[in-house]
Design a protein around this ligand. Structure first.
Ligand code: ATP
Length: 363
């Protein structure tokens, strides 16, 4: 069983002045596909490199299949890593590149190695490339070979470090599907690092969202999208980003009232209202996703000016003067003009509310 367990894993650089990975604990199930995502410099690669054994932790443990491998050399961990820059040996042919890892990690004879390479090359559709050298290949072909090299070893765990970043948008999309298909077919546990939240939302059973070395939230893409546990996660997943406004919180008879100056007032009743009332705060940050901002067309709702109308095909993005970068995502047949005054509203069930001090969700 190739579970991967990170137990309060920590990595400090510069004699402790920089905490790249801050006591991260994470359990990846056997055969699960987990995508680690977060902004540049948040510690994703360092975490992956510690799982691979390419970097030693300052403290904490890495377990693979329940076995503590923290002090085991990278070579003796049954993991295969795919890098952004492909990391192919330039002077070896594709066949030699793919067979090399097998030679290092198994005691198969050369006929068996060749047979395995042929089988994997067929699975990846790269049979024609086996005698080529990396400089004769396109970026997409190189990444296919790098994937093939990882797959042929039949490792317990695949580790992907931004493997698609150097490919163009179209190829990236098709390779995403292909990686998921292969992982699903092979049933190999996989950990995939990316800084691209859109990529993360389309890949993997579960996301692990990092910021500043800290693991912020784990959950399915739907979970983290609909119930972010912090303003950071709410803003990081989803495009365009969640709109956020400052509100004051007033206790009402049943729950609370959220007030944004003299622009709008919303009641949060029932369980959600009670939770916010229990938090006993006087100010908060209200989050609302662009697709949840409704243009009313009538007299209902909050009046706001339209600053910019940006058509994006099936939808229009309306930049509204409700707040800095406040966007409503509406159907393309809703097309006000710049300078128009419209009315918008949102359903209290779509409202997110975050602590104004630490960003934690209050709901
Ligand atoms: P990116 O998406 O830009 O690759 P990341 O989330 O993968 O970012 P890491 O590469 O893990 O982030 O880096 C985390 C932090 O640790 C950064 O501040 C980085 O500068 C620092 N760091 C990484 N490796 C080293 C090193 N060998 N020596 C010193 N600092 C390092």
């Amino acid at each position: 069983m190739a579970t991967v367990t990170l137990d309060t894993l920590r990595k400090e650089f510069d004699s402790g002045r920089l905490v790249a990975v801050d006591d991260v604990s994470l359990e990846v199930a056997d055969g699960e596909f987990v995508t680690v995502v977060g902004p540049s410099g948040c510690g994703k690669s360092t975490t992956l490199r510690m799982i691979a054994g390419l970097e030693g932790p300052t403290s904490g443990r890495v377990l693979i299949g329940g076995e503590d491998v923290t002090d085991v050399n990278a070579r003796h961990r049954d993991v295969a890593m795919v890098f952004q820059n492909y990391a192919l040996y330039p002077h070896k042919t594709v066949r030699q590149n793919m067979a090399f890892g097998l030679r290092m990690s198994t005691d198969l004879g050369s006929d068996e190695r060749n047979a395995k390479v042929d089988e994997t090359a067929a699975m990846m559709g790269i049979e024609e490339l086996l005698d080529d050298r990396p400089n004769e290949l396109s970026g997409g072909q190189k990444q296919r070979v790098a994937l093939g090299r990882a797959i042929v070893r039949e490792p317990d765990v695949f580790l992907f470090d931004e493997p698609l970043s150097n490919l163009d948008a179209k190829l990236r999309t098709s390779m995403r599907t292909e990686i998921q298909r292969l992982q699903d077919e092979l049933g190999t546990t996989a950990i995939y690092v990316t800084h691209d939240q859109e990529e993360a939302m389309t890949m993997g059973d579960r996301l692990a969202i990092m910021n500043d070395g800290v693991l912020q939230q784990t959950g399915t893409p739907t979970d983290v999208y609909t119930t972010p546990n912090s303003e950071f996660v709410g803003g990081f997943v989803g495009s365009p980003s969640m709109n956020v406004l400052d509100v004051t919180v007033e206790t009402a008879a049943d729950g609370v009232r959220l007030v944004n100056g003299d622009r709008f007032e919303y009641e949060l009743a029932g369980e959600r209202g009670e939770r916010v009332a229990a938090a006993d705060v006087t100010t908060a940050r209200l989050g609302i996703r662009p697709e949840n901002v409704r243009v009313t067309g009538g007299r209902e709702g909050t009046e706001t000016g339209v600053e910019v109308v940006e058509p994006v095909g099936s939808d229009n993005y309306l930049y509204l003067d409700l707040g800095p970068e406040f966007i409503a995502r509406v159907d393309s047949d809703v097309e006000p003009e710049t300078g128009d005054v419209i009315r918008v509203t949102f359903d209290p069930k779509d409202v997110h509310l975050f602590d104004a001090t630490n960003g934690d969700s209050l709901l």
